[in-house]
Design a protein around this ligand. Structure first.
Ligand SMILES: Nc1ncnc2c1ncn2[C@@H]1O[C@H](COP(=O)(O)OP(=O)(O)OP(=O)(O)O)[C@@H](O)[C@H]1O
Length: 231
């Protein structure tokens, strides 16, 4: 089923801590994200970007308000429903969490094996195709220790995308990359949006990639303070 608005957030509030230490980190956030778009979440350190991203990405329980992901309400969703939903999502984080003892190809295969998709040969071909797309066809058999930071990040991206997720959540995916590699990564995500309708939500401080976004949402002190489309 195609959802033209794969992410719909309404009146989202979130608190950390309990008792006297209880502190509100997200205030009345509402946001609808169009299918196939690339949205950047910006804002100063501590403004709530990661909290909002993890709430939308089904990585943190919704306390108050509504988050609808691919048509499903997350507030009150059972752990089982959340696990099913997460299988349709891709996650790219700055600390790429590659397995050091596995080759690039084996790391990408991990992105498929958790989904149990296809047999080994089909999975291997899909992994190789993805490595090819991120420009690492000739690094397939390399261990992460023998790859540069940018190459490792591209392996992590291949792993996140190999299962064909409908939504990709990325937290600072370009932070460790030089300008060119960062640009390439974002262009890749943008192309996926156009080719496969993949929707991307990305937290970044990286001003160099802003003009590639369809939309820039800025948070300050847990609230959306601007929501614009770059010209
Ligand atoms: N696990 C936690 N326990 C308590 N407070 C937290 C927790 N995680 C985040 N916070 C607080 O919530 C607020 C928002 O944090 P968040 O990490 O979402 O901000 P951010 O915009 O992603 O920051 P950065 O750019 O530095 O990563 C901050 O005040 C932070 O201290």
């Amino acid at each position: 089923m195609v959802h033209e608005l794969p992410i719909v957030v309404r009146d989202l509030n979130h608190w950390f801590g309990s008792g006297d230490a209880r502190k509100q980190a997200v205030f009345d956030v509402s946001l609808s994200v169009k299918r196939g778009s690339l949205t950047i979440l910006m804002g100063p350190s501590g403004s709530g970007k990661t909290t909002v991203l993890t709430l939308m990405g089904c990585l943190r329980d919704v306390q108050e308000g509504s988050v609808t992901l691919l048509g499903e309400e997350l507030n009150g969703a059972s752990e089982q429903r959340q696990v099913m939903l997460r299988r349709k999502l891709g996650f790219i984080f700055q600390a790429h969490n590659l397995h050091d003892s596995l080759t690039a190809q084996q790391n990408v295969l991990m992105g498929l094996q958790v989904h149990g998709k296809g047999d080994n040969e089909v999975q291997r071909r899909a992994a190789d195709h993805m490595l090819d797309l991120v420009g690492l066809a000739d690094r397939r058999t390399y261990l992460p220790g023998n790859l540069s930071g940018g190459q490792k990040q591209r392996v992590a991206i291949a792993r996140a995308l190999v299962s064909g997720p409908q939504i990709v959540f990325a937290d600072e995916p370009t932070a460790a990359l030089d300008k060119q590699s960062g640009q390439t990564v974002v262009e890749m995500l943008q192309a996926l949006g156009q080719q496969r309708g993949t929707t991307t939500l990305m937290v970044t401080h990286d001003n160099r990639i802003l003009d590639l976004a369809d939309r820039i949402v800025t948070l300050e002190d847990g609230r959306i303070v601007s929501d614009t489309a770059p010209v």
